[in-house]
Design a protein around this ligand. Sequence first.
Ligand SMILES: *[C@@H]1O[C@H](CO)[C@@H](O)[C@H](O)[C@H]1NC(C)=O
Ligand SMILES: *[C@@H]1O[C@H](CO)[C@@H](O)[C@H](O)[C@H]1NC(C)=O
Ligand SMILES: [Zn+2]
Length: 986
Amino acid sequence: MWTCGGCVLVAALLSCLATPGRGLPAPAHGSPPPCGYQSCPETKPGFLNVHLVPHSHDDVGWLKTADQYYYGNFNNIQIAGVQYIIDSVVAELKDDPTKRFIQVETAFFWQWWQEQDDAMKDIYRSLINSGQIEMIGGGWSMNDEAATHYQSTIDNFSWGLRRLNDTFGVCGRPRVGWQIDPFGHSRETASIMARMGFDGLFFGRLDYQDKNSRLQNRSMELMWRASADLGSDADLFTGVNFNGYSAPSGFCFDIKCSDEPIIEDDESPEYNVPRKLNSFVDQVKKQASFYATDNIMLTMGDDFNYMEAHMNYKNMDKLIRLVNEMQKNGSNLHLMYSTPSCYLKAVHDANLTLSVKSDDFFPYASDEHSYWTGYFTSRPTHKRFERLANNFLQVCKQLSVTGNVTGEKEKEYLDAAREAQGVLQHHDAITGTAKQAVADDYARIISEAIHGCQHVTKTAINNLLEAGGWNGSRLELESCLLLNISQCEASEGRAGFLVTVYNPLGRPVSPYVRVPVSGRNFTVTDVNGTEVSWQLVPVPQSVRDLWYRKSKASSELVFRAEQLPPLGFSSFLVTPSGGQSDTARVYETHIGNQNVTVDIDETTGLVSNISYNNIQIPLSQDFLYYVGAVGNNSRAAYRASGAYIFRPNSSEPLNITQIVNVTVYKGPLVEEIHQVFSDWVSQVIRIYKDEDFVEFEWQVGPIPDNSGKEVISRFSTSLASQGEFRTDSNGRESLLRRRNHRPTWSVQLEEPVSGNYYPVTSVIALQDEGAGLRLAVLTDRAQGGSSLHDGQLELMVHRRLFHDDAFGVGEALNEQAYGKPLVARGKHYLLLGDTASAISSERLLAQEILLAPWLFFSSPRAAGQWEKQMSGLKLALPRNVHVLTLEPWKDGTVLLRLEHIFQKSEDSSLSQAVTVNLQEFFSTMTVVSARETTLDGNQWLSATRRMQWRTDPPAARQEEATSSPGDSLEVSLRPMQIRTFVLEVK
Ligand SMILES: *[C@@H]1O[C@H](CO)[C@@H](O)[C@H](O)[C@H]1NC(C)=O
Ligand SMILES: *[C@@H]1O[C@H](CO)[C@@H](O)[C@H](O)[C@H]1NC(C)=O
Ligand SMILES: [Zn+2]
């Protein structure tokens, strides 16, 4: 162990760094600081080494808002103030180099850092350099893993790790993931961590049955093979914490706990050393019996612990001293302050052989009736708003680069938007498991981020227009965030308008644009002055009846924005005169085009058939609801359905109606079936000209009555799916699910519905191998979903509940908006196809949903000699290549991530490796050099070394080595590969 008793305060500490302790190589003057694995405490061979890991779990919003948690107000709600945690930990650590602490959420760290003076910053920096404070995880927040999209998880880490690298350099670089609280764990999160160069991941929550079986098999530590395509690049050591993230029972010395301190005065009636030590030794030995090496980790902390760190450390000091003194009497316990990465190193040094797991850790159950599958859907409008914010954040980032935005104010707006999206990834934010007031604050945060970014996009597009010769006044380029309820002042409030449609994808797309309008006669012209055909479609009555909608528009103008340039835009002028729409209400029961058709049953008004390429199959779609279980939560059988937990009181959902009221509209561009199920459920089913998918735009709410309802949309077909279905992992790789089954243990399900629910971030699918057919439903936000019967898919779209499920939030999930229970509106996209080719359509459509074209509205301009169309790319990228990230980075550099969006064997041609040339990449600048980094963009790939592990079976060999950490401008991509580059451009 490295000790340096005489060190006090800054100067001494700094000199201390150069003073070698026992067992540490003497760092030569000017050599790198001893952070990292070399700063780890020495373990004692032949002893059971007990790594005490002091930590605090600090939610970026939950019962209080992120700011309230930071400052520590509203302590009547929860006693928690993160600023005091960091202050008091630093005060403890600076005087004793043996003491350690880990800092997890960069959002809080950064807030604290900015308030410190230089002297304090120096102290903190020296604690980082000595390894006493270890940054771990390091994302802006500790991301949820079910409802998050991989694009945003990567962004969350990139921004957190960026702040750390900028502040501390290599010593601020986390080496392990720390996902101690998220409610289940996705394979993609592990894959992302591996590709960031992390050596391991620790988490706290897994299915109680899985945990029992892992304890029995001593497989709490394993190798997670986190990608089916990326080989060992995505293998990640994964350790499950013994006690979640809490201290052993009786050993929480925190001011928030009521456990006894250690009382050593044997004359005092309070003397408790023998009792405490016995209890401690028992717990430690028990834990050790379940782990494979001579090391165990004790998570010494809990939610918002260490506000009075002296209490924690003073008692841990005593514990360490007293237990280690027992060695004189033959004890084999050796205690030390440590960190998760130091524990990891000790496990690694023990030459352990790890078992391999390649599925994920969903769903999470904490007992036989508590499946944490409700949060997959909780707060559906927040889940959509977060996705919309991501869509715009990517537009904002791209345009900052291509539009050469350099202003300080704009940089601040972009940073604020990055931080906002980081906050939203938190495991109580996007999950919908925070209190209502906190959820409202998250909505405020995103809303401000979007408004800030509008200044950036406006500057960027105007810059591009000026560069293209436009010298009129600047365009307003307003965004409309309520297009989902057909409300947009900028289109409906004007006689005519210019709509600039920006495409954030690296390939051309031809989306249908829909904008609410008040008139009936229009001319739409494209950049060439050519008239574009259009159609007016009535706004559904259920939307017009929304009491909070402020719009005069009774119709939407629909036209196709043909061939939008990659990472570019095209403008369309809408003027209020000209032809009339030829949409007609028809008395038919059939809509469709040459690719796909849908029939409805004349009697019920429900969908009855779907055909694809003239293959017709029976398909019905209906809305139903489960009634949420009610209980006082005093034991498992009395668990209530709530924000976290989905627990229906019956396995059979109830119908909303037998008869659906139907109106059908047809026109040249789109055909629509408007369905009304009840006064709180309605839907539009639409098929656009030439498209191959069917859109189901559902609207649910206000959910009535006093019984909790969990509403699903259910698709039933004749497909023989044989108990299997597929869901995506955070929008990327596909995972096979089998009803009533878990791949790694024999599951006993007492909750047959919720125990079969999985997170659907973007797609759920069924296959009939015999018929060679595949049916997929894509979503516009994260939802819970399942296939409870062969041929059937269901997605939970909305839930309103009247009871808390007693996992801490302390409120029922009974969302109100505008004075009534919440209304949610969203889309499902249904694709039917051959198993051999359907996935490619799904992959491409999923991208077009996630990074949809963004509409900017301006007042009409006289047609003149100006660039109304531009592309950020010189050439369109191949369809299997995605510009996952394009953003301004540091010192004028640009961060670029290129992704191959196909898995192996998904498509005969699009699953092939592909090469992109950066020399011929941007249209407005030239790439001078490219330097490859880990996935997060903050570590040079050439300097990255990951720990190697022995596994059984042995590690998957990569098919081909990652083309040498490429600083080459020829970028090759294998299936599912993402490569990240810092570019110098001019
Ligand atoms: C690690 O374990 C393997 C067998 O499990 C053994 O062959 C190898 O020699 C060990 N390596 C070390 C350094 O102990
Ligand atoms: C990380 O920080 C160090 C020290 O400031 C710097 O030299 C390095 O370039 C940074 N790494 C990246 C990938 O930006
Ligand atoms: Zn938490």
